[in-house]
Ligand binder design. Structure first.
Ligand code: ADP
Length: 497
């Protein structure tokens, strides 16, 4: 599809009043008839009205998912047929790439160069990767020490899965959740974030077009404390997969206790990014920028604590400040934009509050720090910000800011920096920049985080497991590791006596 053709499709999609939810294969209004607005963060304008799911809609969706799981075509489908459906979704995403990228940019604000170049292709890849897994989920034969016994395991789907996702990568998060759950044979209720429901709903249309039976995928947009909470509590949901803040992750876990549903959590982070004097400084500076400013810092792996060796501290800070100042901040629809808006006024206020708190505690602002005015005043734009002379104990060095703000600190020794880097309630990701392979491996061993990038940052691939240590969550997404999160093991004992 050409860009202008996809713009026409996007505007037709946005003119639906409201955009409906997907339950049991039907596109329906909320039971309450209520709707909510989703805004364009680059302008603050309303993009579309969306059906507002709540407890009753969640209940209907769970009933549809239960029926689809227990009987009907999905329950009888072969692994190969499931794989084909997932593959078809990947093809449809590629056929609608421009349209999906534009919709993502309008709803989330992210630069079109990333929604086109990264979000859409990675979303398609995710479905394709898990299409392959549908036929490869195997049990084992078990060499028990009891004579005349044949013992084997089966890996079976969990059943009805609730999935709650955030607003920072709406389409990719939907694919991380849906693709493995469906490959394993589960049925799903997906609740997109209230700030960014549109691409998940469009994806739902493509999933229907691919030929998934009714009720296998249900998509219920709505608020967290209503629709999200109802899903997390629901007694007929077998599992919840959640990505979002650590605070809400804890609520989801508590809500799961009613029926002891399985839970996996992908939560916050305060990831260290460490630059040694032997690193290729040009790359390290570029890497440090990507680590924090990609997606306007609204990424759980953001390299938000920058540790730079004292020997190269001043020159690194100078180069970093210059590069941050030069970044093009603007509306995501502009192909030249490198840093888009923050998702909402609320989030902008939160991030600005952190900058002020850092300044109050003695940090020096080396770049950014202020909101953009002029043409961009009605959107939620903040310049890429560097806070220097930060100390480990400051709030800005401890709490997740989730915006384009990096805090910088010098270090001297490898053990010292590892200990300081590990001083966090989180343990999601870490970056290390060095030409010394020994330092690299030493830090991989010392750092307490689920992902470590050496001489690179923010790399993701459907084949590579991803998830957190400590309060960054538990369970892994991607790779075959995620299949543990969507299957359960049944052990069969057959007496041959
Ligand atoms: P963020 O801080 O990135 O907005 P949240 O953790 O607040 O992340 O939200 C992530 C997702 O969790 C969203 O879909 C949101 O609607 C949902 N959510 C928020 N509160 C709850 C809750 N109490 N129970 C279940 N889901 C919730």
């Amino acid at each position: 599809m050409t860009t202008s053709a996809s713009e026409t499709v996007v505007s037709a999609f946005l003119q639906r009043q409201p955009v409906r939810m997907l339950i049991g294969g039907q596109w329906v209004d909320a039971a309450s008839g209520k709707t909510f607005e989703t805004l364009n963060p680059a302008t603050g304008e309303v993009l579309a009205r969306v059906a507002e799911g709540d407890r009753e809609d969640i209940d209907r969706a769970v009933k549809a998912a239960r029926a689809a799981f227990e009987s009907g075509p999905w329950a009888k489908m072969t692994p190969s047929q499931r794989g084909r459906l997932l593959w078809r979704v990947a093809e449809l995403i590629e056929e609608h790439a421009d349209e999906l990228a534009m919709l993502e940019t309008l709803d989330n604000g992210k630069p079109i160069r990333y929604s086109k170049g990264s979000d859409v292709p990675l979303t398609a890849d995710h479905f394709r990767y898990f299409a392959g897994w549908a036929t490869k989920i195997e049990g084992e034969t078990v060499p028990v020490s009891i004579p005349n016994m044949f013992t084997y395991t089966l890996r079976e789907p969990l059943g009805v899965v609730g999935q709650i996702i955030p607003w920072n990568f709406p389409m990719q998060m939907a694919s991380w959740k849906l693709a493995p759950a469906l490959a394993a044979g589960n049925t799903v209720i997906l609740k997109p974030a209230e700030q960014t429901p549109l691409t998940a709903l469009r994806l739902g249309e493509l999933i229907c077009e691919a030929g998934f039976p009714d009720g296998v995928v249900n998509i219920v947009p709505g608020y967290g404390h209503t629709a999200g909470a109802a899903l997390a509590e629901h007694l007929d949901v077998d599992k919840i997969a959640f990505t979002g803040s650590t605070e809400v992750g804890k609520k989801v876990l508590m809500a799961s206790a009613g029926n002891l549903k399985k839970v996996t959590l992908e939560l916050g982070g305060k990831s260290p990014n460490i630059i040694f004097p032997d690193a290729d400084l040009k790359w390290a500076v570029r890497g440090a920028l990507t680590a924090i400013y990609f997606n306007s810092g609204q990424i759980c792996t953001a390299g938000s604590r920058l540790f730079v060796h004292r020997d190269i501290y001043d020159q690194t800070m100078e180069q970093l400040a210059k590069a941050a100042d030069a970044m093009r901040v603007g509306a995501g629809v502009d192909p030249a934009t490198e840093v888009g808006p923050i998702i909402s006024q609320e989030q902008l206020d939160r991030v600005a509050g952190y900058i002020e708190s850092g300044q109050r505690e003695g940090a020096i602002t080396r770049a950014g720090g202020e909101r953009l005015g002029g043409d961009l005043a009605s959107g939620y734009f903040l310049r890429p910000t560097i806070l220097d002379q930060v100390r480990d104990e400051m709030t800005v060095a401890r709490e997740e800011i989730f915006g384009p703000v990096v805090v910088a600190m010098p270090f001297e020794e490898i053990e010292e920096v590892a200990a300081r880097a590990n001083q966090s309630i989180y343990g999601l990701a870490a970056g290390v920049w060095t030409a010394d392979v020994k330092k690299a491996h030493k830090l991989v061993a010392l750092l307490k985080s689920g992902v470590i990038w050496v001489n690179t940052y923010n790399q993701f691939d459907a084949a590579a497991p991803f998830g957190g240590y400590r309060q960054s969550g538990y369970g892994r997404e991607m790779g075959h590791a995620v299949l543990d999160a969507y299957t359960q093991v049944k052990t069969a004992w057959i007496s041959l006596r």
